[in-house]
Design a protein around this ligand. Structure first.
Ligand code: SAH
Ligand code: SF4
Length: 354
C-alpha cells in the first residue's frame, strides 16, 4: 500500500461522500485481494442507488482501422505493416447505424483510427444521415482533430465524444505517444467540453511503470475535467507493437478502478469495456457488478471486425449485430439487471427519469 490510511477508513471516507482525494483513492486502488470484494460491493450499492439497475447499450461501429498515429500500445499504429487495413464506405456506416436502431439500440459509437480520409465534411454528412434517419444518439471516437472539426460535427448533430487521456502521468504519456503531447490531448478534451459534447474520457490500466498513485491522480484529473462517461480497460500487449513483452493489466486492477470511479463519480456513465471481456469471459459482468452501468456491443459488419485489432484476443469477432444484441441482453439478465431503452444521455443537474 502506498499511503498510510487503512482500507476500511478509506472506504468509509469514500462512502461518506468525501471529495476525491489521493488519501482515500490510493489505498482503495492498491487494496489487497482480500479487501477487493468489499470495495466492489460498496461500488455496486452506490451504482444501484445513483444510476439504477438498467444497463445502457451503445452499438459500436469500428468504421476504419487506418491510423496516422503510432501509439506504442496499439495494434492499429501506422508502423504495424502486418495489419490488413479497411475503411467502411459512408453507406456501410449509415446502414450499420440503422441496423443498430432497428435492433433497439438507442445510441451508437462511431470509432476509428485517426484516418484523415474522413474529413470534417465527410464525417459530418454521415452524422447528418444517421441523425435524420434514426432516433439514435451519436457518439464519436476518432481521436485528436482540430477544434473546427469538432465544432462542425457537433453542428451536424453529434451528441457525445470519447477521447481517453490514457494516462495523466507526463513521463508515461510521453513514452507511449511518439506523436502526441499530453497538454494537446487535454486541450482537445477542454475544447470538446466547451462545445457542449457529452464528454467521455478514461485511461488504460496496467501500463508499463504505472502505479496506483498515478491512477489516483488520473481520477482526480478526470474529476476536474468533469468527465461524464469514463471508460477504463486493461492494457493488453499486442504482439506486433513495441510493448509486446510487457505484462499488461489485469481484471483485478481494472475492477478496483471501476469501483473507485463509481465511488468518486456516482452519476457518471461507466462502461464494462470489451477489453475486460477479452481477459475474462465474465469480465464485463464482473465490471457491471463493481460499479459499471454501460456495455458497448459490437455492431460492426462481421467481415471487418478481426481487422480492428487494437489488442489481441478481442471478443465477438465472428458474430453479427443481432447475435451480439441477444447475447449481451442474456448476460445482463443473468446478473439480475435490466436493459435500458432510449438514448441514455448523461445525467447533468437533474437526473432524467430511468
Ligand atoms: N483512435 C482513437 C479511437 C480508437 S483507439 C483514439 O485513439 O482515441 C480506442 C482506445 O483503444 C484507445 O483510447 C486505447 O485506450 C485503447 N487501446 C488501444 N490499444 C490497446 C491495447 N493494446 N490494450 C488495451 N486497450 C487499447
Ligand atoms: Fe491510432 Fe487510436 Fe491506436 Fe493511437 S490508440 S494508434 S490514435 S487507433
Amino acid at each position: 500500500m502506498e499511503t498510510g490510511i487503512p482500507f476500511d477508513k478509506a472506504l468509509q471516507w469514500a462512502l461518506a461522500g468525501e471529495a476525491p482525494d489521493l488519501d482515500w483513492l490510493t489505498p482503495l486502488l492498491a487494496c489487497s485481494d482480500q479487501d477487493a470484494p468489499s470495495l466492489y460491493r460498496a461500488a455496486d450499492r452506490v451504482r444501484a442507488a445513483s444510476v439504477g439497475d438498467a444497463v445502457h447499450l451503445r452499438g459500436l461501429i469500428e468504421f476504419s482501422n487506418i491510423c496516422r498515429k503510432n501509439c506504442k500500445y496499439c495494434g492499429l499504429r501506422s508502423s504495424n505493416l502486418d495489419l490488413a487495413r479497411y475503411r467502411l464506405s459512408p453507406d456501410q456506416i449509415v446502414r450499420a447505424a440503422q441496423e443498430a436502431a432497428q435492433l433497439g439500440f438507442g445510441s451508437v459509437v462511431l470509432q476509428s483510427g485517426e484516418d484523415p480520409a474522413f474529413t470534417a465534411e465527410g464525417l459530418g454528412r454521415i452524422i447528418r444521415d444517421i441523425k435524420s434517419t434514426t432516433p439514435l444518439a451519436v457518439t464519436l471516437s476518432v481521436g485528436e482533430r482540430p477544434v473546427s472539426d469538432y465544432r462542425s460535427w457537433r453542428q451536424a448533430g453529434a451528441d457525445r465524444y470519447l477521447l481517453r487521456i490514457e494516462t495523466t502521468d507526463p513521463d508515461l504519456f510521453h513514452r507511449l505517444h511518439p506523436d502526441d503531447d499530453l497538454e494537446q490531448r487535454k486541450a482537445c478534451l477542454y475544447a470538446l467540453k466547451e462545445l457542449d459534447y457529452q464528454l467521455g474520457s478514461g485511461v488504460m490500466v496496467g501500463l508499463p511503470g504505472q502505479t496506483p498513485t498515478m491512477l489516483a491522480r488520473d481520477v482526480l484529473w478526470l474529476h476536474g475535467l468533469g468527465a461524464e462517461m469514463i471508460g477504463v480497460g486493461p492494457f493488453i500487449p499486442h504482439p506486433d507493437t513495441p510493448l509486446r513483452d510487457e505484462q499488461g493489466g489485469t481484471v483485478g486492477q481494472t475492477l478496483r478502478l471501476v469501483a473507485v470511479l463509481r465511488l468518486a463519480f456516482p452519476y457518471t456513465h461507466i462502461p464494462a469495456t470489451t477489453a475486460m471481456g477479452a481477459l475474462d469471459p465474465e469480465g464485463r459482468e464482473k465490471a457491471l457488478q463493481a460499479g459499471a452501468n454501460v456495455v458497448m456491443p459490437n455492431v460492426t459488419p462481421p467481415e471487418v471486425r478481426p481487422k480492428y485489432a487494437l489488442y489481441p484476443g478481442k471478443i465477438c469477432l465472428g458474430e453479427g449485430a443481432p447475435f451480439c444484441r441477444t447475447c449481451i441482453t442474456a448476460r445482463i439478465h443473468s446478473i439480475g439487471r435490466s436493459v435500458a431503452t432510449g438514448p441514455g444521455h448523461v445525467w447533468r443537474k437533474v437526473p432524467p427519469s430511468r
